[in-house]
Write a protein that binds this ligand. Structure first.
Ligand code: NAD
Ligand code: DAU
Length: 345
């Protein structure tokens, strides 16, 4: 195992999104010597409300800059100004269904944005770059097996294709320019602050409003769920201890069919299954994801700790006690997206 790396000046991108918000909170609490600049474009998925308290609680250690990671001039300015020693790249377009509607913004942010950050890291001799990738780059599994890091990438959606392209760019910068970079590939996260277009918050919100719960296809597709806090802890472990140039899988050891998740939500909320509505399947819908995380557990000592049953119940309760948070989101652009996506399905 490599020696722990020490960082003080950290760039975290996408910090107003789901995982970024949770990671920022984790870092500010557990790494008191880190000063963090959050660069977020505040797209539909970036919510300034998620982090506004952090500016008050940590005025000397945390700041937010609204900027596009694909804007090379702006990134140059920020890298010159702050002299970052660690870059954690979470900024992305992240929703598969949106990438099926239109993929150009996915290419811009997820590929061009990464290339801009990589160039800045080389120019400013950043100590380490961490790319937050996804299990979806491996494609889809049948009933058996798990994804290991040595599998070839085989993405099936425009979203996962752009994430795979970014991973290849990172690899190329490692090989060509000797950049110290590491990649994490994690399975489906759940927890607080997830945008309600994603399965779990969408189902909680719909059940709460007495609306149909739209299950794609027969509901038997399988995802491997991990609590976002376990993922955040893993990102920090990889940043500090990961071997340069390596890629690390993370998963939750909690494979569930979508329909099981939906039933758990309804049960926990005391609602009936008549709310379930099967709808037309997602095109190119990956059947199953499951992660083999032997590498990170044997070499870096990380494994998921939050039990799924407990984690999902506390997550549902979080959404139920933060109704005003999601009500504000639902009243904006999202209501038009919902109509486009589900209106005639
Ligand atoms: P999210 O959609 O909730 O948040 C993305 C954030 O990035 C938002 O705050 C958005 O405003 C910001 N952003 C988008 N384009 C930007 C740009 N051009 N410049 C600066 N900021 C921009 O996504 P998430 O679920 O938090 O995912 C974060 C990262 O983790 C992504 O890279 C995603 O691919 C990866 N990932 C997610 C999961 C998951 O289950 N959610 C699992 C594995 C990996
Ligand atoms: O696996 C990691 C990935 O997980 C991340 O890289 C992505 O950024 C993240 O969005 C997520 O992708 P999925 O496509 O797996 O997540 P989503 O919540 O969109 O869907 C989960 C499953 O639920 C999937 O099989 C599709 C299904 N689904 C989803 C929605 C939104 C439904 O049945 N109905 C729905 O309305």
């Amino acid at each position: 195992m490599g020696r722990d790396k020490k960082f003080t000046r950290v760039l975290l991108t996408g910090g107003c999104g789901f995982i970024g918000t949770n990671l920022l909170r984790f870092i500010l609490e557990h790494r008191p010597s880190w000063q963090v600049v959050n660069v977020d474009l505040l797209t539909y998925a970036g919510n300034i409300e998620n982090t506004v308290d952090l500016e008050k609680r940590y005025p000397s250690r945390y700041s937010l800059v609204r900027a596009d990671i694909a804007d090379a001039q702006k990134m140059e300015e920020l890298f010159s100004q702050h002299g970052f020693d660690l870059v954690l790249n979470l900024a992305a377009e992240s929703h598969v269904d949106r990438s099926i509607e239109s993929s150009s913004i996915f290419v811009r942010t997820n590929v061009l944005g990464v290339q801009v950050l990589l160039d800045a890291c080389i120019k400013h001799q950043v100590q380490r770059f961490v790319q937050i990738s996804t299990d979806e780059v491996y494609g889809s599994l049948g009933q058996d097996g798990r994804f290991t890091e040595d599998l070839p990438m085989a993405p099936n959606s425009p979203y996962s294709a752009t994430k795979a392209a970014a991973d290849l760019m990172v690899r190329a910068y490692i090989k060509t320019y000797g950049l110290d970079a590491v990649i994490t590939r994690c399975s489906n996260n759940y927890g607080p602050y997830q945008f309600p277009e994603k399965l779990i918050p969408l189902m909680v919100v719909n059940a709460s409003r007495g609306r149909k719960l739209p299950v794609y296809g027969d509901g038997k597709n399988v995802r491997d769920w991990i609590h976002v806090e376990d993922h955040c802890r893993g990102i920090i472990v990889v940043a500090e201890k990961g071997e340069p140039g390596e890629c690390y899988n993370m998963g939750g050891n909690a494979e569930k069919e979508n329909i099981e998740i939906v039933r758990m939500i309804l049960r926990h909320m005391g609602k009936g299954e008549e709310l379930i509505g099967y709808v037309k399947d997602r095109p190119g819908h990956d059947f199953r994801y499951a992660m083999d995380f032997t590498k990170i557990s044997t070499t870096l000592g990380w494994r998921p700790e939050i039990d799924f049953e407990q984690g999902i119940h506390s997550t549902i309760d979080w959404y139920l006690s933060h109704e005003s948070w999601w009500e504000r989101i639902l009243s904006g652009e999202y209501s038009r997206y919902y109509e486009r996506m589900y209106g005639s399905r």
